[in-house]
Design a protein around this ligand. Sequence first.
Ligand code: DHK
Length: 149
Amino acid sequence: MTDKKPIYVLNGPNLNRLGKREPEIYGTTTLAEVEALCREAAGDRPVVFSQTNSEEKLIDLVHEAIDEGAAIIINPAAFTFTSLALLDALKMFKGPIIEFHISNVHRRESIYHHSYVSMTATAVMAGLGARGYPVAIRAIEDLLAEQKR
Ligand code: DHK
């Protein structure tokens, strides 16, 4: 049993098709496999893992994290580059936020080069592939431990 608050791992549109979607860019790891990697890396800390194609639902999940969560790892997918509403929601979160991209968005088309989320994220990870999700979990644990010192 733990009294640790959860890490929210939030995934935006089209990531439900991970593993089949443009594998040359996003790899063949499925979202279910990513979830298992996150839970294993988190150890005794709870993980709220979610994916939605809805901007409204993604913002509702950020609101839930504001009230219940210790940290957020978010792959906003296309909403990264379009959503001021998501940025405004994330600004309310008081804990560490890692903006996460499977691909190196800076090496791709220019439409993927400006992120609104980066204006409030603690850190940005891009290009490690799905293997980066557990790295982000471990980085969050370090950031939370530093906050306690
Ligand atoms: C995922 C997406 O769906 C794209 O819209 C982003 C991001 C890149 C990723 O690399 O995880 O451009």
